[in-house]
Design a protein around this ligand. Structure first.
Ligand SMILES: O=P(O)(O)OC[C@H]1O[C@H](O)[C@H](O)[C@@H](O)[C@@H]1O
Length: 537
């Protein structure tokens, strides 16, 4: 099937996407709706036969998906189950529902922590729980990667629903991040949430210790205003955080899939337990759709297949995610971790090099800003970049509907322009009255748009907690399907280890306390440069 899809690429090269719309049903045939979401993938160079061939690649998806939901250890390289979906199940099952992993009912475990989170959030938000200076005004989440990007993205996305303390996020080991965040905050009314699955991540632990020092200067009992979210309860104890301020989770929740559980505490503090429950319900609705819809009507499956089509068969190395929703401006960063840490791999589950390679490069910015930056390349560059647009039918700013109308118009205009393009004849016509005949040809070629550039659009009613839950779960399952088709494990991340190991080795070298072994002359000369400047030479 893979080969026949590869062979059909030629057919695609000779065909215009616009021509596919001669089929009057194309827009509906090449789109999927579920629970209010609409995924339109009709503006891609994909026909019915190719879609059927792509669907045939997904035969392993159903069994593997069911194994994941059942709690089997599908993360084989780490010997772990993959059960972020269980966190969503809390909002869809009765309290006596069970899910047993390694002899333990993990649903009971997560329910207990979820209930504690809700009580804690109620207390913080109502002012029943107070810092040394009174009611908590600010929450600083210290974490990185999956312990930062999910809650940071979601808190920003759901700002219209935020009625709790103001949430800040510190991730970078660059002291500027912590410094700029803490500046102006009152330590006596600030809650520090140290979020780290392992509780050993260098950046997070350094930031947490520095934040503790900041609080120690002002508070009698600073540790009382520290909360830990982690799988490593021995480490949270070593740090000195009291058990009642610790929210634990199992190692069957991967970092980049963890916003649904305790790592989402800052989101719950911002929008309240009710809003957080709606977010889980959105994720659950997508889980149910993913589990039950036939492949051709299955949104995560089709989203994955369109991605594979572009990357593996059309040869487009990257894809751009452009949310026309300012509050989703951290979504591309979130998806970069979700997609590239999950599928950016070269070795398959069998330990051999992947036959067809791993996942693509994912990048993006919000619209309309991206239009005024890199859309030049999207429209006229030599590399085709499939674009994934996101747009809400309605905005939250009821007095600014004209802004939202302009936003939607821009989004629709871009996908239409990418598809339609502009011919040389049209470009010449536009110019002929204003420039000399001799200049028409030379200038017209700059105004030609090849068009025929694919895009998909994910439309939603309005960015609510429920909708955000649907969108995030959609992308999670998309990554899963792409991973299964490519034959890799989407749930480990061995590729981040080497750099971490070397960084620990280099810290004393940068501090001038040791010389690194086996470094290249390049790194040594960079170190010399840094030392020279640090020593005022
Ligand atoms: O939550 P932590 O254990 O602190 O890990 C934070 C992040 O760092 C690691 O390097 C991984 O690449 C990420 O998957 C993880 O989310």
């Amino acid at each position: 099937m893979w080969n026949s899809l590869q062979d059909s690429r030629k057919k695609t090269e000779e065909r215009k996407i616009a021509a596919l719309f001669e089929d009057a049903n194309r827009a509906t045939d090449f789109s999927i709706q579920t629970d209010g979401l609409l995924l339109d993938y009709s503006k891609t160079n994909l026909d019915t036969d190719q879609r059927a061939a792509l669907i045939a690649l997904t035969k392993d998806v159903g069994p593997r998906r069911d194994a994941m939901f059942r709690g089997e250890k599908i993360n084989e390289t780490e010997g772990r189950a993959v059960l972020h979906t269980a966190l969503r199940q809390l909002e869809g099952s009765t309290t006596d529902a069970t899910l047993v992993v390694d002899g333990t009912d993990i649903l009971a475990e997560v329910r207990e922590v979820y209930d504690r989170m809700r009580v804690f959030a109620h207390h913080i938000r109502s002012g029943a729980w107070q810092g040394e200076g009174g009611r908590v005004t600010d929450v600083v989440n210290i974490g990185i990667g999956g312990s930062d990007l999910g809650p940071a993205m979601a808190v920003l996305a759901l700002a219209p629903y935020a009625d709790g303390p103001k949430c800040h996020f510190v991730s970078n080991v660059d002291g500027a991040d912590l410094q700029d965040t803490l500046q102006g905050l009152n330590p006596k009314t600030t809650l520090i949430v140290v979020a780290s699955k392992t509780f050993t991540t260098q950046e997070t632990m350094m930031n947490a210790h520095t934040a503790l020092q900041w609080m120690q200067g002002e508070c009698i009992d600073p540790m009382r205003q520290f909360v830990a979210i982690s799988s490593a309860l021995d480490q949270t104890k070593v740090f000195g955080i009291a058990d009642e301020n610790v929210f634990g989770f199992g190692n069957w929740i991967g970092g980049r899939y963890s916003v649904w559980g305790p790592i989402g505490l800052s989101l719950m503090l911002a929008i309240g337990p009710g809003g957080f429950a709606d977010f889980l319900k959105g994720g659950l609705a997508m889980d149910q759709h993913f589990s039950s819809a036939p492949p051709e009507q299955n949104m995560p499956v089709l989203l994955a297949l369109v991605g594979l089509w572009h990357h593996k068969f059309c040869g487009y190395a990257t894809r751009a995610v452009i949310p026309y929703e300012h509050r989703l401006r951290r979504l591309p960063a979130y998806l970069q971790q979700l997609e590239m840490e999950s599928n950016g791999k070269g070795v398959g589950l069998d330990g051999k090099s992947l036959l067809h390679g791993g996942g693509p490069v994912v990048w993006g910015e919000p619209g309309t800003n991206g239009q005024h930056a890199f859309f030049q390349l999207l429209h006229q560059g030599c590399d085709v970049v499939p674009v994934e647009f996101l747009i809400g039918a309605k905005g939250h700013e009821v007095d600014l509907t004209h802004h939202h109308e302009a936003l939607v118009a821009n989004c629709l205009a871009q996908s239409e322009a990418l598809l339609r393009g502009r011919t040389l004849g049209k470009a010449r016509n536009m110019l002929k009255d204003n420039v000399s005949d001799g200049d028409v040809n030379r200038l017209a070629s700059h105004r030609v748009f090849s068009g025929n550039r694919p895009s998909i659009t994910l439309a939603y009613p309005k960015l609510s907690p429920f909708v955000l839950g649907q969108i995030i779960a959609l992308y999670e399952h998309r990554v899963f399907v792409e991973g299964v088709v490519l034959g890799l494990n989407s749930f480990d991340q061995w590729g981040v280890e080497l750099g971490k190991e070397l960084a620990s080795e280099f810290i004393p070298a940068v501090a001038g306390k040791s010389s690194p072994e086996n470094t290249t002359a390049s790194t040594q000369s960079l170190l010399d440069y840094v030392h020279g400047h640090r020593n005022g030479r």
